[in-house]
Design a protein around this ligand. Structure first.
Ligand SMILES: *Cc1c(COP(=O)(O)O)cnc(C)c1O
Length: 453
């Protein structure tokens, strides 16, 4: 009991009024809702005084821990001078500085930053900009998009349309624009003994065939570089991105890199695209952009795209898209503070060492009788549970084995929130090797419990 409030009372008031995201609310008849009172570093604390190590960075947004003193200070300082101002016709220093910084950090040729408030909105913007670019150039037949199987780009209708996770998409299918889905390079499906590189390379042929047939009607190919996070943390080799860049150039189609989840050091490089040494035509950023503090997203593109919109007003070639909180000053201040931490702490190098610790901590899962695969890309690792190891036969989804791992972890001071039967680890960068070891132990016990029958 803290300040006269406890978990039970606050949860009851919540459940009488709040509708939660990505949740069948009836589940809360069985599973407790957990009211969080405060956070500090990797820890969250509830109103009964229980602590939880946030091993999933609160849905992949947090980079430097909760209530990080440096980001707190920057946001508080910004609050003293300007909380927000309309970004049409006006500007402010944080948005200018952030745009300069993002353009400097991004792969070459991405000089222009357009802002929104979340990842889905960034995707909508990239799709609209790509379509509108081709239209401004007189390519009126380009009205379609190609995306990969098992991809996820957000929940608004346009973003959902280019995604391919049935759980989120199928119900809304009648509302969605038609898109083309091409089998992706997801290395879970490689042959035994086949390397990630060989498999991902082999999958390029399908994309080439699709582009050869449909390029004239396609605006862009949209991909999540290296890791399909919401798609069960499936991963692939950078060679696919390299080949895809070449194909998009050859067939005159844009490449949209959705780094909403993988940007900002998650995959071992600052942006995942760097590992393929490519520049996309549009780079979508969200989640980690503000270090997990405030809703802010950005779409970066090049001057070549920008110039196709730059004209006299009456030509109506301008990009007249907007969101109320576009370029919010507090969000920009948090983002700038987070980016400064990358420099002052040499985070990318430090993460390489942390990623090795993560890999060591998960070593024992390889031989678990119900683990089909342990995979890792930088600071993202995943363990895929199956009913049968040899045939990789999946557990029926209705059994919700992952939820058992989630419940076990909560009872052991850990926040792990599996995707279906995939237990994954995406911790804040301030986690210690000892804490990684602890998380792995909790996950190990949880997986044993969840696969015992
Ligand atoms: C989370 C995510 C989005 C959507 O971002 P929201 O801020 O949740 O709307 C888009 N693309 C990818 C790859 C994501 O992981």
């Amino acid at each position: 009991m803290i300040n006269g409030m406890n978990n039970r009372d606050l949860a009851a008031r919540d459940l009488a009024r709040v509708w939660h995201p990505c949740t069948q609310m009836k589940d809360h008849e069985h599973y407790p809702l957990i009211p969080i009172r405060r956070g500090s570093g990797v820890w969250l604390e509830d109103f009964d005084g229980n602590r939880y190590l946030d091993a999933i960075s609160s849905w992949w947004v947090n980079l430097f821990g909760h209530a990080n003193p440096d980001i707190n200070r920057a946001v508080a300082a910004q609050l003293e001078s300007l909380e927000h101002v309309i970004l049409a016709g006006f500007t402010h220093e944080p948005v200018v500085r952030l745009s300069e910084k993002l353009a400097a950090l991004a792969p070459p040729g991405l000089e222009r930053c357009f802002y929104a408030e979340n990842g889905s909105a960034a995707i909508e913007i990239a799709l609209k900009m790509s379509f509108h670019y081709w239209r401004n150039r007189g390519y009126y037949d380009k009205t379609e998009f190609i995306s990969l199987s098992n991809s996820y780009h957000g929940e608004t209708l346009g973003a959902l349309a280019v995604g391919d996770v049935p759980l989120y998409k199928d119900t809304y299918q009648p509302l969605l624009m038609r898109t083309r889905t091409v089998t992706g390079p997801d290395c879970y499906y490689r042959e035994q003994g086949e390397s990630w590189q060989a498999y991902s390379q082999r999958r390029v042929a399908d994309m080439e065939a699709a582009l050869a047939r449909h390029a004239e009607t396609v605006c862009a190919v949209i991909v999540e570089p290296l890791v399909q996070c919401a798609g069960y943390m499936r991963m692939y080799h950078p060679v696919y991105l390299r080949e895809l860049r070449g194909l998009c150039d050859r067939y005159q189609v844009h490449l949209i890199a959705d780094e909403c989840a993988v940007g900002f050091g998650r995959t071992g490089s600052f942006f995942a695209c760097e590992q393929a040494d490519i520049s996309p035509d549009f780079l979508c950023l969200a989640k980690g952009l503000t270090g997990g503090y405030l809703p802010l997203s950005a779409v970066l593109t090049g001057d070549g795209v920008y110039r196709q919109f730059y004209d006299d007003y009456e030509t109506l070639r301008g990009f007249l898209h907007s969101h109320s909180y576009t370029g919010n000053a507090l969000g920009c201040a948090a983002a700038l503070a987070s980016l400064e931490l990358f420099e002052s702490r040499d985070v990318i190098n430090a993460n390489r060492a942390l990623a090795r610790h993560m890999s060591t901590a998960l070593e024992r899962f390889h031989d678990h009788p119900h683990v089909a695969e342990v995979r890792q890309t930088g600071m993202i690792a995943a363990v895929e549970l199956v009913a049968d190891k040899a045939s990789r036969q999946a557990y029926p989804w209705q059994q919700r084995r992952g939820v058992r791992v989630y419940q076990h972890a909560l009872q052991n001071q850990t926040l792990l929130r599996p995707l279906g039967n995939v237990v994954y680890f995406m911790p804040p960068y301030v986690i210690t090797p000892d804490q990684l070891q602890r998380v792995a132990q909790v996950a190990w016990d949880g997986v044993n419990l969840a696969t015992a029958d």
